[in-house]
Design a protein around this ligand. Structure first.
Ligand code: PRP
Length: 212
């Protein structure tokens, strides 16, 4: 039988996901923090984890290279992939925010410049407010941009708020709540329904028990 492939991102999201899998009796003893392996079989041999970059989870699932994926809502929104989003796993909580230097007025600039790792999310958010922006795509350390004059503000995820605080920035406007979501390939959810649908059902149940 063909293995069920699950795309995960190495680190906390993978670790939390593996805990959920364990709760439904699916063990991945092969997953080790310091390993460089990218494909990890389950102990039962019927499932396989593939380790990919956060923004790529949706791509693997959309194209059917993975049947299932777990990723933050932030990367799923940015990727805008055509997949079924079926479970809110309740971990990996943070939120999207527009941030900048204290007291910055978003209406000050006619065309606001926004530095972000999430240009699609930022554009859509401001479009809905009827505001034109120019996005500046960065790959990290986004908080630097308004400090050195690269942009007016940033759109980024905020978890503890520590990065903003230590760099003298503040949330100007909160945007959306984020958490880890389980996504499934649309065609696969039908063709492999005998395996995937009970799996998703069990994950939903395990998560609702954890959430209480
Ligand atoms: C993320 C995010 C913020 C920070 C938010 O960056 O882009 O910079 O975490 O977390 P906090 O509110 O708890 O401080 P990441 O750690 O991924 O590093 P990066 O800047 O290299 O993208």
């Amino acid at each position: 039988m063909e293995k069920v492939k699950i795309a995960l991102t190495k680190g906390r999201l993978a670790e939390e996901s593996i805990k959920v899998f364990e709760a439904i009796g699916l063990k991945f003893s092969a997953y080790k923090e310091d390993s460089r392996k990218l494909i990890l079989p389950s102990d039962c041999g019927r499932y396989e984890i593939i380790l990919v970059k956060a923004l790529d989870v949706a791509t693997y699932v959309e194209n059917g290279a993975a049947d299932i994926g777990i990723a933050g809502k932030d990367t799923l929104l940015e990727a805008n992939a055509n997949v079924f989003e079926l479970v809110d796993l309740g971990f990996g909580k943070c939120h999207f925010a527009v941030a900048g230097q204290g007291g910055f007025d978003l209406n000050r600039a006619i065309k606001l410049s926004v530095a972000t790792k999430y240009p699609r999310v930022a554009t859509q958010f401001f479009q809905e407010k009827g505001k034109q922006i120019e996005t500046i795509k960065l790959n990290g350390s986004v908080e630097l941009a308004p400090l050195v004059g690269l942009s007016d503000v940033i759109v980024d995820i905020v978890e503890t708020g520590r990065t903003l605080k230590e760099n003298g920035l503040e949330v100007i406007e909160s945007m959306y709540s984020i958490s880890a979501r389980l996504v499934v390939n649309k065609a696969g959810y039908k063709t492999k329904s005998e395996t995937l649908q009970p799996f998703v059902g069990q994950v939903k149940e395990a998560v609702s028990v954890t959430k209480g």
